[in-house]
Design a protein around this ligand. Structure first.
Ligand code: G3D
Ligand code: MG
Length: 167
């Protein structure tokens, strides 16, 4: 089976580790510690037309700033998930910075934007339309929740399909 390395990028505490955990283990935990270093999980995704892809998902701590370490992780990735916290609109700024850093360091890779913590309905102040405006080249802009699972599977599937179509 074909495999691809992907990264999950975004500001501190937007829910990166929770989203990967939800996707890989189908569970949400508020107990684990903030990620130290990097964690790599793998999971197969079944796609249309009988195709499948094995994802190696790199969850890197401290990916809020495009440091040299971050750039080393991003190299070799075929795509990424870019996560904002919908209760903190300013986390979209970090997404734009990271997006531009990947494009400069590697090349413009396929990515999906996730507006996470959508379960916190009353507190959501970041609307998807703004992300579309500021990140117009994303494969998709999704409302997600690592807590309920909303949109999580879809985000990984969209990215997997997009990477297969990427030359
Ligand atoms: P990070 O890996 O991007 O740094 P984490 O973020 O996955 O560690 O999540 C940071 C905090 O946000 C955690 O809470 C986690 O439980 C919470 N969180 C993550 N995703 C969601 C979500 O979709 N909905 C809600 N309601 N909370 C979420 P703590 O309290 O441990 O800091
Ligand atoms: Mg983390």
């Amino acid at each position: 089976m074909e495999s691809r390395k992907i990264c999950i990028l975004g500001d501190f505490a937007v829910g990166k580790t929770s989203l990967v955990q939800r996707f890989v283990n189908n569970q949400f935990s508020d107990k684990y510690l903030t990620t130290l270093g990097v964690k790599v999980d793998t999971k197969q995704v079944a796609l249309d037309h009988g195709r499948a892809l094995k994802l190696a998902i790199w969850d890197v701590a401290g990916t809020d700033a495009p440091t040299q370490l971050f750039l080393r992780y991003a190299r070799g990735a075929a795509g990424y998930l870019l996560v904002a916290d919908r209760t903190r609109p300013e986390t979209l700024d970090a997404c734009v910075t990271l997006h531009d850093a990947v494009a400069a360091a590697v090349r413009p890779l396929p990515y999906v934007f996730l507006g996470n913590k959508s379960d916190l309905r009353d507190q959501c102040r970041l609307q998807p339309a703004l992300a579309r405006t500021r990140l117009p080249d994303a494969l998709d802009w999704l409302e997600t929740s690592a807590l309920t699972g909303e949109g999580v599977e879809l985000a990984f599937r969209r990215l997997a399909a997009g990477m297969l179509n990427d030359p």
